[in-house]
Write a protein of this length. Structure first.
Length: 243
């Protein structure tokens, strides 16, 4: 019965939302790299629409990941379409388009204290553009607080998220965040992976298929991947309960 219900769930759309330069593209790219190393078949597509000179997202990034293995097959139960929004203020209209049809949100918070107001602005715009839908449809979310590699005194942590949401007046949209807030660093994850690949013999870290063994995944990748896995599980659970 459960597998039958799974089959009724089509591809799901998850959106990464946050201010400019908070690390949305970096986060999804890092997840894509790690999933490609551990199981290349789980990455179906990766597209970015960015300014050629600056490299900054001007429309969206999209990755398509496979989640959940079908019994006795090498196929996946779900295809998760992950989009990021362009964070620059002038690109509001593109964000409206990307938000259409979302089933879940990953809110990327910039931990740099200097960007506190940018976080507030981003959350308030989300409420303006999608607040009613988030409330009525009870769209679930997770929060990823990026840049935790910054020194103490210059950053906020996952413990400040509730305070940030109150300041942005969006607490009513996301009343239950327990277990859904993750703190990490995309930059640290990339640095740790580069160090692993540079200093560790390949025959030690790769299996017979040439894939990275899970036990060698740098721990700094865990909050990035767990924030995505958490929202995917929330969305699938919600979809099953509605059917």
């Amino acid at each position: 019965m459960l597998i039958h219900k799974y089959r009724t769930i089509r591809s799901l759309k998850i959106c990464y939302w946050g201010p400019s330069m908070s690390g949305k593209t970096f986060t999804v790219t890092a997840i894509k790299v790690m999933k490609s190393l551990e199981n290349p078949k789980s990455v179906f597509d990766f597209v970015t629409v960015a300014d050629q000179e600056t490299g900054r997202t001007v429309f969206f990034d999209q990755a398509v990941f496979g989640f959940g293995n079908k019994p006795e097959t090498n196929e996946f139960l779900f295809k998760i379409h992950v989009f990021t929004t362009a964070g620059q203020k002038r690109l509001k209209e593109t964000r409206k388009v990307v938000l259409q049809g979302i089933r879940g949100l990953v809110l990327v918070v910039d931990a740099d204290l200097d960007n506190w107001e940018q976080n507030i602005w981003s959350l308030r715009e989300l409420k303006e553009l999608k607040g009613n839908d988030i409330k009525e449809q009870k769209i679930p979310c997770t929060v990823f607080v990026n840049k935790q590699d910054l020194p103490w005194g210059r950053k906020i942590s996952h413990r400040h998220v509730e305070q940030l949401f109150k300041a942005a007046e969006v607490s009513d949209l996301f009343p239950e965040l327990k277990g859904c807030v993750f703190g990490g660093s995309c930059q640290q994850a990339r640095d740790d992976l580069e160090h692993l690949l540079r200093t560790t013999p390949r025959d030690l870290i790769l299996n017979s298929k040439g894939q990275l063994k899970r036990e060698f995944r740098p721990k700094s990748f865990n909050p990035l991947i767990k924030s995505l896995e958490n929202i995917v599980k929330q969305v699938i659970k919600k979809q099953l309960l509605e059917k």
